[in-house]
Design a protein around this ligand. Structure first.
Ligand SMILES: [Zn+2]
Length: 347
């Protein structure tokens, strides 16, 4: 089995996590991906909507394959500038509103200016409202952005360059613990992107080519369901999507494991391809779990809803508390990268 460089994987992941990329504002993160994958001498192709596809020659072209992972994350957009100068948000991607309360944010103005602020309940101060705020259901109406600028009116907010439609990123809160745990808001799916890169780096270091010609797609609209809909070559017959595994009560996935997801909200993944991935994991003695996810969709599903006639499977590292304060362990990232290697090199 090839060695995965765990520290290089974590270093890239941390840099990617610290680069804001809510769906619709992914240019900076994509440039980082392009640079990192470019160092493997992979020629990038940009899709019209800003995704990246890298073509890897393989030993054979009889059954071309693709891998997908996504760099976009949850985020928000300015819905309204209130008379107070505070901002109402509309969600990008799906999350529970309570999971962003108190979070630091960056508002990206059309001019390029970045304005900092934080998400607060409209009844934030306990010295004013007492415990009443505990009963307030968190929603777009009861949470708002307070800007860290001298702003007390809509006019003053607009004078900063803030407009309805500006993208808003939530702080990633990245922390790498001594014991190998990695915590951040946006491990989904930057962890997956880092696993793909680590796998390709290991293969290049060992001088191993993929068994089949393989397209690597890093998409930028997965959280809004259409990331991998376009951009893959028409002759691809097999797609393996690398995305987070759901860890929590009732789930089989774990933070130290790679999971093969065999069913999500879109129904079953391809049984034969899933079974092949399980066989490869078993043969390489990888800590694989098999799981189903109750509320989940993926770029694999997005591909499946195109006219493309392809087999699709989904694997990924276990992420606890997804679309919330996410956490994983480097063991899961390593196992995922290893399984990607085993898949790419398998005839
Ligand atoms: Zn995801």
């Amino acid at each position: 089995m090839l060695t995965i460089d765990r520290s290089a994987l974590i270093e890239f992941l941390v840099r990617l996590l610290e680069t804001p990329s809510p769906s619709g504002h992914t240019g900076e993160a994509m440039a980082m991906v392009e640079e990192a994958f470019g160092r493997l001498n992979l020629m990038p192709r940009r899709t019209q909507k800003g995704g990246l596809v890298f073509e890897m020659p393989g030993a054979s072209t009889s059954a071309p394959r693709a891998l997908t992972a996504h760099v976009d994350t949850l985020g928000a957009m300015v819905k309204e500038i209130k008379p107070s100068g505070r901002l109402r948000l509309t969600q990008i991607g799906y999350f529970a509103w309570n999971t962003i309360e108190g979070e630091g944010v960056t508002v990206f103005c059309r001019s390029g200016r970045r304005v900092r602020g934080s998400v607060l309940c409209t009844q934030a101060s306990v010295h004013i409202y007492g415990g009443d705020s505990e009963d307030v259901k968190r929603s777009d109406e009861t949470l708002e952005v307070r800007l860290d600028e001298p702003v007390a009116s809509e006019t003053e907010a607009r004078s900063l360059g803030i407009e309805v439609g500006d993208l808003v990123a939530f702080d990633p809160r990245v922390e790498v613990g001594q014991g190998g745990y990695i915590r951040s808001r946006h491990l989904d799916d930057k962890a997956g992107v880092a696993c793909v890169l680590a796998a390709l780096q290991a293969m290049q270091a060992a001088g191993i080519k993929p068994a089949q010609r393989t397209s690597i797609m890093i998409s930028n609209y997965e959280e809004v369901s259409h990331g991998a809909v376009a951009g893959l070559p028409a002759d691809v017959v097999e797609v393996v999507t690398i995305d987070m595994a759901v860890v929590g009560e009732g789930q089989a996935s774990g933070e130290h494991n790679v999971t093969a997801c065999v069913k999500d909200s879109g129904g079953p993944y391809d049984p034969a391809l899933s079974s092949e991935l399980r066989r490869l994991a078993e043969a390489a003695d990888l800590p694989l779990r098999v799981d189903t996810y109750p509320h989940y969709s993926s770029d694999g599903q997005a591909v499946w809803r195109t006219p493309a006639d392809v087999r699709v499977a989904l694997i990924g590292p276990g992420i606890d508390a997804s679309h919330n304060s996410e956490r994983t362990h480097v063991d899961a990232l390593e196992a995922t990268a290893q399984l990607i290697v085993e898949y790419l090199r398998s005839p």
